[in-house]
Structure formats: structure tokens, C-alpha cells
Design a protein. Structure first.
Lengths: 107, 119
């Protein structure tokens, strides 16, 4: 299995802030990496796929970067609807491991 | 638009069985669609427990191998997860999810169904 380590586990931010979440995988996986947003009591929603490609309908304030073992999700200009938990995920090989999650809370 | 609706969750005793269903619309299960079950224990992260590929090939996480069986009925466009020998640690919300394009890319999700294993 490919270990996927996400940080931080939680962060506090204000509307308008720029937020960065990082993930590191145990070995290189090219750009087979995705990001999801999950709001309380709801199913996850795909935001970014293949490391930096924006899923249709996702606002452009969300962006992804990285390749190999290190990946980043950036939210530029945090909006009230962005307070949620974010998960990274490798899609390189089974079991397609998810990160531990980062909860973005109101400061 | 893809729409997935899970059902079948509930309270079951350890060692018991349960069958989850996922009714799909906006897609045809038999046509180039990889479907999966992803679970989330209370307050925890996400785990893909099973996948069924277009040709019928299946995958199971080590944690459920030999106990869970994924299947689909193309006549009514429904995905199933038969869960046997349930354990307390199987307690979770179970989501049905469709892969989008690349392997392991969970593009569409249902709303989830809660399975509680407790005596």
C-alpha cells in the first residue's frame, strides 16, 4: 500500500485567507493524485484530479499542484462555504489510499 | 447527470449479515462504468472497500476480503454489497461511488447509508 500523509489535521482561517494543505506519499506516483471536499453529514465531492485539474463546476479559487511524492491544495480567498474537511487521495494503485483529512475551521 | 441512492443500512449484531443496494440513474452499470463502495467510520477517514470493473473483475480491501461480496444487476441498474460475518469495526457510513475516467478517481457519490454493528 502507498502511505499518504496529510497535514495539518486542522487549521483555523478567516474569510478571504489563502489556505494551503499538503500531502506526501510513501513513493512516487506521478500526478495520480486527487482532492475531495466533505461537508458535515454529506458525501465527499471531487475538487481536483490528476494533481492539478479542476473538476467541472469547482470554483477557480481551488488549485492543486505537485507531482511525485508531494502535493498541495490551495484555496485562494476562502469563502464561507469552504469551511469543511478536505481529503487527499492517491489513485496510482489499489487500495487508492486517502489521507487523514484536514478540517478547515472558522478562526 | 449521475444519481446514486444507497439503501439497506441498519443495526446488526456482530457476526450478522446485511446487503446494501445502490440504485443508479444517469448511467448504465454494464457500460464502461467502474463502481465502488467506500466507507467512513464515525469521525474517521475514507476507505475504499470494494470495486467492480466493467468486465466483472472485483477488488476487495484486505479488511473485508472473504466477508464482503460486490455485485451488480444490470437489469435494474443496481449495485450491491453483501456483507457477512460483520464486525464492530465495520460500523461506518457506506457510500456508493462511480469512477470517473481514471482508475481510483471517485467522481460521483451517493448520500451514504449507515451500518452499525453492535450487540
Amino acid at each position: 500500500d502507498i502511505q499518504t500523509t496529510q497535514s495539518p489535521r486542522s487549521l483555523s482561517a478567516s474569510v478571504g485567507d489563502t489556505v494551503t494543505i499538503t500531502c506526501r506519499t510513501g513513493r512516487g506516483i506521478g500526478e495520480s493524485f486527487n482532492w475531495y471536499q466533505q461537508k458535515s453529514g454529506k458525501a465527499p465531492k471531487l475538487l481536483i484530479y490528476a494533481a492539478f485539474r479542476l473538476q467541472s463546476g469547482v470554483p477557480s479559487r481551488f488549485s492543486g499542484s505537485g507531482s511525485g511524492t508531494d502535493f498541495t491544495l490551495t484555496i485562494s480567498g476562502l469563502q464561507p462555504e469552504d469551511f469543511a474537511t478536505y481529503y487527499c487521495q492517491e489513485s496510482y494503485t489499489p487500495p487508492w489510499t486517502f489521507g487523514q483529512g484536514t478540517k478547515v475551521e472558522v478562526k | 447527470e449521475v444519481h446514486l441512492v444507497e439503501s439497506g443500512g441498519g443495526l446488526v449484531q456482530p457476526g450478522g449479515s446485511l446487503r446494501l443496494s445502490c440504485a443508479a440513474s444517469g448511467l448504465t452499470l454494464s457500460y464502461n462504468n467502474y463502481m465502488s463502495w467506500v466507507r467512513q467510520a464515525p469521525g474517521k477517514g475514507l476507505e475504499c472497500v470494494s470495486v467492480i470493473q466493467t468486465g466483472g473483475t472485483t477488488y476487495y480491501a484486505d479488511s473485508v476480503k472473504g466477508r464482503f461480496t460486490i455485485s451488480r444487476d444490470t437489469s435494474n441498474n443496481t449495485l450491491y454489497l453483501q456483507m457477512n460475518s460483520l464486525r464492530v469495526e465495520d460500523t461506518a457510513v457506506y457510500y456508493c461511488a462511480k469512477w470517473s475516467g481514471a482508475p481510483g478517481l471517485f467522481g460521483s457519490w451517493g448520500q451514504g447509508t449507515l451500518v452499525t454493528v453492535s450487540s
